[in-house]
Design a protein around this ligand. Structure first.
Ligand SMILES: NC(=O)c1ccc[n+]([C@@H]2O[C@H](COP(=O)([O-])OP(=O)(O)OC[C@H]3O[C@@H](n4cnc5c(N)ncnc54)[C@H](O)[C@@H]3O)[C@@H](O)[C@H]2O)c1
Length: 349
């Protein structure tokens, strides 16, 4: 039996990559639960990601900004929200290096606005009947050398403006738990990949560039190591955390699938060749090594044993299976790639 069963879930950032995958799963799996998503539809948000969900009776889309205090307060007054799953964020490290303004505004102030709206609405709620689930990243812990893993007790040491803004948001959530008794849970996750990811992110970027026979940029020598998690496995982990997790706790969610960037890029290009019937390894010619970005973290890896042991979750896709599904999805949805490209705005500086 779940320890928590919500009736009305506010999902922020539901038109983005992970939020839309979450809604596809949850709205269908729980037809008796209402899901409301608030999304500002920035360059990263795309309502087309919610096709098939929008038509459902238990779903409502609201075009709004989480940093609007009045709008969020009114939403909590108008709807019997008993859970928040908070994805909305500025999420691209390169953009945060060009300008951190929107990152601090949305990721820090937006989280503060939501925490206050939930706290005020839930002040008289019975114990155990409300839950604020904050979605965060492994990047708050900084970078690792060639060995070791981050645990729930690792110190925070963010190195990019994006990571610093997410770390600040995590600290706010913990402060609201302690100061205001807000029942909250934080999850920190490794790099996700899968359908509906914005084509400025590494995996869809490589696939779409290879498809268009354009250069595929790789930072430095591509030696950074990332741990990859298929988004559908992440969504199942988040479902378990919402329903079975303990408030006050942090869960780390990793894929346990570490790979160097250059190896990942070559694997993807080879998979594109297979899918499109191009000569073996011919798309590797598009790789272009570019100057490394400042403060580029060498490696991240997470110890997910708490969520595996306590909540019985394990990722179901190997990296190879997940990448195969992902390459097929993008190459079968080239209209989606074109539409997402049209929405891309240049980074601010
Ligand atoms: N993608 C990853 O690999 C990854 C890994 C770990 C954690 N995360 C975290 O997961 C969350 C979702 O990431 P994603 O990759 O889906 O991001 P994304 O950039 O694809 O989507 C973000 C969504 O938030 C919306 N949004 C942005 N600012 C908003 C605002 N002010 N008000 C309302 N909506 C707003 C955007 O329109 C978009 O739909 C983020 O909090 C991110 O930090 C992502």
């Amino acid at each position: 039996m779940p320890v928590f069963r919500p009736h009305c879930v506010l999902v922020t950032g539901g038109a983005g990559f992970i939020g839309s995958n979450y809604l596809h799963h949850m709205v269908r799996t729980y037809p008796d639960v209402r899901f409301i998503t608030v999304d500002a539809l920035t360059y990263a948000g795309n309502r087309a990601n919610l096709a098939g969900v929008e038509e459902r009776d238990n779903f409502r889309f609201i075009h709004a900004d989480i940093t609007s205090e009045d709008t969020m307060a009114q939403l909590f007054e108008a709807e019997p929200i008993d859970a928040v799953v908070h994805f909305a964020a500025e999420s691209h490290v390169d953009r945060s290096i060009a300008s951190a303004r929107d990152f601090v505004h949305t990721n820090v102030e937006g989280t503060r606005v939501l925490l206050d709206a939930a706290r005020r609405a839930w002040v008289a709620a019975p114990a155990g009947k409300r839950r604020f689930h904050h979605i965060s990243t492994d990047e708050v812990f900084g970078a690792l050398g060639p060995t070791g893993v981050f645990t729930e007790d690792s110190p925070y040491a963010p190195r990019s403006p994006y990571a610093a803004s997410k770390a600040a948001a995590d600290h706010l959530v913990r402060a609201w738990m302690t100061t205001h008794n807000l029942p909250a849970i934080i999850t920190n996750t490794s790099n996700n990949y899968g359908p509906f990811q914005n084509p400025e992110k590494l995996i869809p970027l490589v696939i779409s560039r290879a498809l268009a026979k354009e250069s595929v940029p790789v930072y430095g020598k591509g030696e950074q190591v990332r741990d990859w998690l298929f988004v559908k496995d992440h969504v199942e982990a988040l479902e378990r955390v919402l329903m079975y997790g303990q408030t006050g706790r942090t869960y780390l969610i990793g894929g346990d699938q570490e790979v160097r960037n250059i190896d990942l890029v070559e694997h993807l290009l080879d998979a594109v060749d297979v899918h499109l019937g191009r000569p073996h390894q011919s798309s590797r010619q598009f790789i272009t090594f570019v100057t490394d970005r400042p403060g580029h973290d060498f490696r991240y890896a997470l110890d997910s044993s708490r969520i595996c042991d306590e909540l019985g979750w394990t990722p179901r896709h190997s990296l190879e299976e997940g990448l195969k599904k992902t390459v097929s999805w993008y190459l079968d949805n080239t209209d989606w790639i074109a539409q997402a490209h049209r929405k891309l705005t240049p980074p601010q500086s």
